[in-house]
Design a protein around this ligand. Structure first.
Ligand code: 5AD
Ligand code: SF4
Length: 475
């Protein structure tokens, strides 16, 4: 999951205003893919209740910021944007500003009551309540719902596809997280883990396929612990009743169902957890050519001592063994990861262990972060954030420099080989080039040719590369 904070003016496929619209809504999303996906649920809920989706914040009656709390800089960006919107309200007093997503729970009192920056606050499980909260705000009363649910999966909500290329879409298969990594705010902002009814997942795939989509990414904070047994809060398999066991479906089972039902659809998933990532999933991936050989397996640190403090539930050796299993079942798979530099008490030796693990695995790509203490997390309560800022910066830079070299090497290994590339559309950099992805999720840029359309799968030979992109030619 790309966790870097970014602003997305959701517009490309936004529907037209209906004749009797109750007002226009503009949604701006920050944070991970799950948040972007949630914004599509919000759009659907609002549209169902007579609102329409606007392409411009300046023209909207309601502006929602779907926020991220994972690192302090993500929060700072949202705060700055909220202050901007507050000044916009001077010239537009009826504007309703809503804060959704992961900051809602933590900052509701401050932003709603003290600073009066927002009119509506809704947490990730309260989106069905948004039309009511907005109506209330339009009547001049601030509205808030940050209740977390044990059951909400929005299974019956058909997301309005707001961004994207019409080729590739995200499908949420589970919500929440029970892992309790000590650094992470997600279990507090998104609540307990629960899995979505597989029939509704298959139905969403079918709708996408009918609309011409060619790729889906199954989304969850920890997809490997997906377990459907008829609904309700998560339970361990051994605690299921006989009736629940009879209909139980785990993540490998779900992958198999989707892959078999839609053999023409490329299937991806994210995010996996090294502790829960099973050989069964690898065997299923090996069996179905439409499941892409790409695995995002966040390691966070190469030091077992630090992994323990992070409560990750695995050691360096365990992680390397999982990598070996991937290489055994899927020799052509690409592997990416997440790494945190400068977690509490990290020594130079721990840092060197992270660098050596990166070399040993030879990750194809990585998302790399500096540790940012989040109030209320176990790490904030138990440990001191004691690695000085300049040391964190230096370690992060070393990690980034190493990954740049590893990414370049990974791309260089592809030069001379041919890949089946799913065309996504014109390249952003140059209008006479197109871009698309290999099954391994690597971006390829190739020259425009008459008749090429987004959604086609083409054989492209890799002729050159940088650390970020592959350059291709037709054979
Ligand atoms: N500080 C820095 N990075 C974090 N992540 C999660 N919490 C923090 C934090 N407090 C990173 C992890 C996770 C990714 C989504 O964000 O690497 O896998
Ligand atoms: Fe996503 Fe985590 Fe940010 Fe929430 S806090 S938006 S789950 S990255």
């Amino acid at each position: 999951m790309d966790p870097t904070a970014q602003v997305s003016p959701l517009h490309e496929m936004a529907p037209e205003a209906p004749f009797h619209s109750k007002g226009s809504v503009y949604i701006e999303s920050y944070g991970c893919q799950m948040n972007f996906s949630d914004s599509e649920i919000v759009a659907s809920v609002m549209q169902e209740q007579g609102f329409h989706i606007s392409q411009e914040a300046s023209q909207a009656d309601i502006v929602f910021l779907n926020t991220c709390a994972i690192r302090d800089n993500a929060e700072q960006r949202v705060r700055a944007r909220l202050r901007e919107l507050k000044s916009l309200k001077k010239s537009k007093p009826n504007l309703v500003v809503g804060m959704l997503g992961c900051m809602a729970e933590r900052l509701r009192e401050q932003l709603l009551d003290q600073e009066k920056l927002v009119d509506v606050v809704a947490g990730p499980d309260a989106y069905r309540d948004l039309p009511r909260l907005v109506d209330q705000a339009l009547d001049g009363h601030r509205g808030m719902n940050v209740l977390l649910s044990l059951e909400e999966t929005y299974a019956d909500v058909s997301p309005v596809r707001l961004t994207g290329n019409g080729v590739s879409a995200f499908i949420t298969i589970m919500r929440g997280c029970d892992n309790m990594c000590t650094f992470c705010v997600v279990p507090f902002t998104r609540g307990r883990e629960r899995s979505r009814n597989p029939d509704t997942i298959l139905e969403e795939c079918r709708q996408l396929w009918d609309q011409g989509y060619k790729e889906v990414t199954l989304l969850g904070q920890n997809v490997d612990s997906y377990l459907w047994f008829g609904g309700g809060p998560k339970k361990e398999f051994h605690r299921l009743t006989a009736e629940e066991k009879a209909q139980a479906l785990d993540f490998a089972g779900l992958l198999k169902k989707v892959a078999e039902a839609f053999p023409g659809l490329r299937i991806r998933f994210t995010t996996s957890h090294p502790r829960d990532f099973t050989d069964n999933v690898l065997k299923t991936m090996a069996l179905y050519p439409n499941i892409c050989p790409y695995i995002h397996l966040p390691v966070q640190s190469g030091s077992t001592r630090i992994l323990q403090r992070m409560n990750r539930g695995y050691s360096r050796e365990w992680y390397l063994e999982r990598i070996q299993a991937i290489r055994k079942y899927l020799p052509h798979a690409a592997i990416s990861t997440d790494i945190i530099a400068g977690f509490c008490s990290e020594t130079e030796e721990d840092h060197q262990l992270t660098l050596s693990l990166m070399e040993e695995v030879a990750f194809d790509s990585a998302y790399m972060f500096k540790y940012s203490e989040r109030p209320g997390t176990p790490a904030a309560k138990k440990f001191e954030d004691d690695v000085p800022e300049e040391v964190k910066n230096r370690r992060l830079q070393e990690i980034i420099d190493l990954q740049r070299r590893l990414s370049l090497q990974s791309h260089q290994r592809d030069v001379g080989h041919t890949f089946q590339v799913l065309v996504e559309g014109p390249s952003r950099r140059s209008p006479d080039q197109f871009c698309g992805r290999t099954p391994q999720n690597k971006m390829v840029v190739f020259p425009w040719k008459a008749g090429i359309k987004a959604g086609q799968v083409l054989s492209v030979r890799i002729v050159d590369c940088t650390s970020a992109t592959l350059m291709g030619a037709f054979i």
